[in-house]
Design a protein around this ligand. Structure first.
Ligand SMILES: Cc1cc2nc3c(=O)[nH]c(=O)nc-3n(C[C@H](O)[C@H](O)[C@H](O)COP(=O)(O)O)c2cc1C
Length: 243
């Protein structure tokens, strides 16, 4: 099958609630779409995400009830669980610093280009400042400090634990959209689901405490009745403003 263009894939993608059990999907192709998900833009290139590709029927049967037996989960051929891993920030920061070492072989600070200095400072100091917190106390102190500095100049304000959770979820949702559009380009269908008991899903997947479920995307090939009606959007002019 020829791949769809981006525009065609966007138009083809619908949230599909009933998949055709007669039409199988190729797990390798789904995996390729998950790889495309990992190429999504993401905050500070920290990649605080993980993707759990569930191909086993047994595990799907365990997870479907945790998605409250929604048709989209019950009839799915495969599931992909998008997970945020804010707790891995130190590891990801170190990966970025290693990447910087590869681009800029170590040399004395006086010989470093300004791009190198900015990059090292970003991952060496600013990222730890943004991500570190202790019981919300440091986060609150950072917030107060930023309130004061922010009176005098523009400043990045989202540095509390709750802000960094949003950052990780935003990023992960972009990956999920990359995935769903890649699937649509292949003629495969998906349904994003936030309706699930995330604690229990975490348990099934053996995820650590710091991991959070961003969304579960079910996969398969649509039955015509699996698309619940025409696509509805409020008039575009209501949400579009040219400034
Ligand atoms: C974050 C998120 C969570 C969603 N959760 C569910 C869900 O739990 N169950 C469901 O059937 N659809 C869910 N949806 C699908 C939306 O209902 C759907 O995208 C919306 O109605 C627009 O329809 P369309 O995707 O066909 O354009 C979710 C969508 C998003 C983006």
């Amino acid at each position: 099958m020829t791949q769809k263009t981006v525009e065609e894939a966007i138009n083809y993608r619908r949230s599909v609630r009933i998949y055709d059990p007669e039409k199988k999907i190729d797990s390798a192709l789904v995996k390729k779409c998950i790889y495309q998900a990992s190429l999504a833009p993401n905050s500070s290139n920290m990649q605080l995400w993980e993707f759990y590709h569930i191909t086993s029927k047994e595990t799907i049967q365990k997870i479907a009830p945790l998605c409250f037996n929604q048709n989209a989960a019950r009839t799915a051929e495969e599931l992909v669980v998008f997970v945020t891993r804010k707790d891995l920030w130190k590891k990801r920061k170190n990966s970025n610093l290693k990447m910087i070492d590869r681009i800029f072989p170590p040399k004395p600070k006086s010989q470093q280009s300004s791009r190198e200095k900015v990059s090292r400072n970003y991952y060496g100091k600013l990222i730890p400042f943004a991500y570190s917190d202790f019981l919300g106390i440091f986060g609150f102190l950072k917030y107060l400090m930023i309130l004061v500095i922010g009176l005098f100049k523009p400043i990045f304000r989202e540095v509390r634990n709750s802000d960094m959770r949003i950052v990780a979820h935003k990023t992960c949702a972009l990956a999920a959209e990359n995935f769903m559009l890649s699937m649509a380009a292949e003629g495969y269908d998906t349904c994003p689901m936030e309706g699930s008991d995330t604690w229990r899903v975490k348990k099934v997947l053996n995820l650590p405490r710091g991991a959070e479920i961003n969304m579960i995307v079910s996969c398969g090939i649509r039955k015509p009745e699996g698309v619940y009606g025409e696509r509805f959007r409020i008039p575009f002019e209501e949400v579009y403003t040219e400034v």
